[in-house]
Ligand binder design. Structure first.
Ligand code: SAH
Length: 249
């Protein structure tokens, strides 16, 4: 994937603060190409304030008069919408859609369109899109702030492009190797013996004790170091029991 081939297109935005907020959301997530189609109030100080350290995104933003001018060279266009329109169109959530955009971005120009704060995108604008993206929300209120909607879409793209987005197994992150089955079996033999020595376990009526302990340790998955610590505790416990017995004799 190539984030540089994905542009964010804001159509007819009313509030310059939102434009700044979008620039910041994009920069946080590694996107850089912002297109503004007929913004109602731009350039504007409020955009600069909200952009914070993403001023470069604003400075490089392309201001276009028409939507065609902003997306004419694109092969893949996504339209975002807070509600289901009457026209049926392929509809995806941001995660699914990010996959499609990521694939296309390797070789194609991709655009994501965001609508007006008050009315969204028109049906005409939505019709030029290859697919529609809807961010799932509470039914009670489905319309997100423009910059926040951009943030969510850009976040999904960033997750696909960065190593942080890859699933990491528990094993890779752990600093000590996990115990082998063999060592676990030795531990259970030791544990059973020690529990018998201290008379917690009655070999005549063991009930489900060892099964339950197996389930407990199985759930946490001990590493070799932890296993050695537990074995050390068991050994010391057995020594004290022995000493106490010898004294009593
Ligand atoms: N009342 C408008 C809401 C516009 S919100 C409407 O019904 O369309 C401004 C823009 O933010 C939208 O055009 C869209 O680009 C984006 N947006 C807001 N909420 C969204 C959602 N739940 N899913 C997808 N995009 C959303």
């Amino acid at each position: 994937m190539n984030l540089d081939n994905i542009r964010i297109v804001l159509v007819n935005t009313s509030h310059p603060g939102n434009i700044g907020g979008v620039a910041r959301a994009m920069k946080n997530m590694g996107l850089s190409r912002l297109y503004l189609v007929a913004p109602r109030q731009y350039p504007d100080e409020q955009a600069e304030w909200r952009a914070a350290s993403a001023m470069d995104i604003l400075e490089n933003a392309v201001v276009a008069e028409t939507l065609e001018e902003a997306i004419g060279d694109c092969q893949f266009v996504v339209g975002t919408s807070a509600r289901n329109r009457r026209i049926p169109w392929p509809l995806q959530n941001p995660r699914q859609c990010a996959q499609r955009m990521a694939q296309a971005s390797s070789a194609e120009q991709v655009a994501v369109l965001f609508g007006r704060e008050d009315r969204g995108l028109t049906n005409e604008e939505l019709k030029v899109c290859n697919l529609h993206l809807n961010i799932p929300t509470s039914e009670a209120y489905s319309s997100l702030n423009l910059a926040m909607a951009v943030q969510i879409v850009c976040y999904e793209l960033q997750m696909l492009s960065s190593p942080a987005g890859l699933p990491t197994g528990e094993d890779e992150e752990w600093d000590t190797p996990f115990s082998t089955r063999e060592n676990m079996e030795r531990f259970y033999v030791h544990l059973e013996q020690a529990l018998t020595d201290i008379e917690f376990l009655d070999p005549v009526a063991p009930r489900q004790l060892m099964s339950r302990l197996r389930r407990l340790y199985g759930r946490v998955r001990l590493d070799e170091m932890e296993l050695n610590i537990l074995r050390g505790i068991l050994t010391e416990t057995q020594k004290w029991v022995d000493k106490a017995r010898q004294k009593a004799d």
